[in-house]
Design a protein. Sequence first.
Length: 405
Amino acid sequence: MLLKAKLGDVQRFVRVAEPANLTEFLDAAFARFGVPAVTEGVKVVDSSGTELDEDVFEEIVKDASYGVLTIKYDTELECGFMGASPEQSKPSSLDTSDSHDTDIVDSPPRKRQRLDAEAKHYITTQTPEGNVCQRNCELIPYLSDPHSKNGYHQLQEHLAKACLGGPTVRRQCQFVPETALSEDECKEAISLMKHSADEDIVKNKMKLTFDYRRNMILDPQQSCNILFEFPRFKDVKGLVEQDFVLMFGEGVSGSFWRSGRPHTRKRSSKNAGSFHPPGRRKPGKVSASQAEKHLVVFKKSGTSIQEHLDAITTSSQPYLLAVGARKNAVHQFFIVLDKNAIPCRSTSCLGAFDELFKAHFVFGTSYNPMLRNMYTFIQTTVYNIDVGKVKESPRVAEVRVRLLH
């Protein structure tokens, strides 16, 4: 079905499957407008300004009188990012209320706007002794983030910039080939790989065609054909790991298993389920059990992998397919991507997850919106990739700073 959607000053039709639900509408709308998907601090209102939640969304859109579905952000900053004019982003009299205790005047979204404005004032105000946030972090070291640009990233998370990092951006890779292959030489190497039974030859040719493959992955017109041009990902284990090493180097690739902080992985696992604050669940937020369904799917031994792939009807972000006699006795993991199964080299849960995370960067695939906070936490805390460049939720930044201390 087609729904009218508006984001900023732009209005477009968005196609969603029936029956429509709020989460799928938001995902489709963000893709239609060509902007990064956001799962926090976002709401949808109809032409009357009434907010729609998950429970009533399906019934409301069946009636054409709903008009245009407008996507709005809770914070003034994000509205400004989407192109709002200064007049549109100016807080109302309710936002600037001096009362800190009147719940009727300070509804939660408006209170957040006021608190953001106050925080911005404290962050940008210069005193004779220097920047307030910087001084606070000097006095209270546990507030500081040693991996951020200024060291006090945690205190100004709500002033986050546009996303400049993550698995889908073009970046300078660590690998520099001794000799650059021409396009014809790359095609010749690709043809040889498709028919070679020697895995060492395949891995060497994959290394030589790395730059060609990266350009193809980052090209929206060609990226969907990557597993057709390089089918050996689907039968030679370790190629995902090899490409990730070529991108970031051995040091970053081994971060997940580094023994320098033996307690880090245990503490990370303990905090991984606490990224969402308590309270009423907003569109896009899921429970731990729901998130697990987007991360791993279990199939008993003897189940046809191809039947599972053929049953996929909608495109989705990469996830793990675990095959074994029982859930606690898995003997093989696969990364499922675009209805293809890529075998994992590791047979352990942690090892398979390590390869799944790296596959996002190797294939230039965005994170599943339901798991974005978790993946961002792993990216910045464990692998130390794009710290200060990628947008983090306040909870992710808080947990990361705690672990670093």
